[in-house]
Ligand binder design. Structure first.
Ligand SMILES: Nc1ncnc2c1ncn2[C@@H]1O[C@H](COP(=O)(O)OP(=O)(O)OP(=O)(O)O)[C@@H](O)[C@H]1O
Ligand SMILES: [Mg+2]
Length: 323
């Protein structure tokens, strides 16, 4: 049976619960753990490595796979993905097609309620949703056959749109446990507290975070921006072949946006990829996307280069609506 780091969204218990991996009950929130090794943390690579492979103008892609460059290795291939809310069976994803190759940065934009977060949560295996059709291949394996924990061990990381608090769980303990759980799964020796501190300490600089945040409970009392920085710290610690960042820019002031974007750029290598959901062009100016996809009513209705964000900003979604 798969285990997860369970993070309930309820109020803090009278005494902190023991923080141990648990089976994932329905409707619980969870963090995924990535399976990448620390060797994947490379210095910032040159932007030129992430060559723009989108066609120069926006292309409509309501039915075609939004794949971009067949000469590169596909990391994620999503075909005709449909999904419903588990409880009500309401269909939210109505045939998503998307291909992300190694080293690419993809942005998904779209109106509120168009299905962006649902898509990302379905990818990590969130129990609120049931996949009803289509396929998802990640690194050549059927992602939909994997438990959420296996997906994370395979190199998928997700930063949630609204990161939750974990009352009673110290941030560094959380990261230490998550990191060691992954090392254990990979058959690598676990790091002791001091070794882990030495590992994590330089990563604080990356997100411009003070050491005090390590000793506070996960996200408890953190401002919106601090939570987002903490998400990127998790990504820096755990690593990812594909990092899904759901509105990592929301609630960030200008300096925080720059720090977070710089940190994400610093984690990119020619082999790993980012799928970021955003409403704002300002993020796309600092984390330059290979492609931008527009989601509408549970489908990707258009794919293009960064000029698509400019069109959106100037003319709004009606200018590119499917209808
Ligand atoms: N667990 C759920 N229970 C009920 N409705 C849900 C659930 N998950 C998603 N939905 C509904 O599905 C639709 C898509 O939601 P989703 O969060 O994916 O949108 P989004 O594109 O991320 O929007 P936003 O830009 O506002 O974050 C919305 O109408 C939402 O209310
Ligand atoms: Mg959302």
């Amino acid at each position: 049976m798969a285990w997860q780091i369970q993070c309930t969204a309820s109020s803090p218990p009278a005494s902190p619960p023991p923080f141990t991996p648990k089976c994932l009950p329905p409707r619980s929130l969870f963090f995924t753990l990535s399976a990448t090794s620390s060797s994947r943390f490379c210095p910032p690579h040159m932007p030129s490595l992430r060559s723009v492979t989108c066609s120069l103008s926006a292309v409509e892609s309501p039915t075609s796979t939004a794949g971009l460059d067949d000469s590169k290795t596909p990391l994620l291939e999503v075909k005709g993905l449909t999904a419903v809310i588990a409880e009500t069976k309401q269909e939210i994803l109505k045939g998503v097609n998307l291909v992300v190759h190694q080293g690419e940065i993809h942005a998904i934009m779209g109106k509120n309620g168009s299905g962006k977060s649902t898509f990302s949560k379905v990818l990590v295996g969130h129990p609120d949703y049931e996949v009803t059709g289509g396929s998802v291949v990640f690194k050549g394996e059927n992602l939909l056959d994997m438990e959420p924990e296996e997906r994370s061990l395979a190199g998928l990381f997700m930063s949630f749109q609204a990161p939750i608090e974990i009352p009673g769980v110290n941030n560094i303990d959380f990261l230490h446990m998550a990191y060691n759980a992954r090392r254990k799964k990979l058959g690598e020796p676990e790091l002791g507290p001091l070794e882990f501190y030495a590992y994590i300490y330089p990563k604080l600089d990356l997100v411009n975070m003070k050491t005090d945040f390590l000793n506070r409970n996960v996200n408890e009392g953190f401002s919106g921006g601090e939570r987002k920085r903490n998400e990127i710290l998790q990504l820096a610690v755990l690593g990812a072949d594909l990092a899904i960042l759901d509105e990592i820019d929301s609630g960030l002031d200008i300096d925080a946006l720059r720090d977070v974007a710089k940190a994400v750029n610093g984690l990119l290598t020619p082999k790993n990829s980012v799928l970021m959901i955003t409403h704002y062009r300002r993020l796309l100016e600092v984390i330059k996307p290979t492609c931008i996809h527009i989601m509408e009513d549970g489908r990707i209705i258009k794919t293009g280069d960064s000029s698509l964000a400019k069109v959106l900003e100037e003319k709004g979604y009606t200018s590119i609506s499917a209808e």
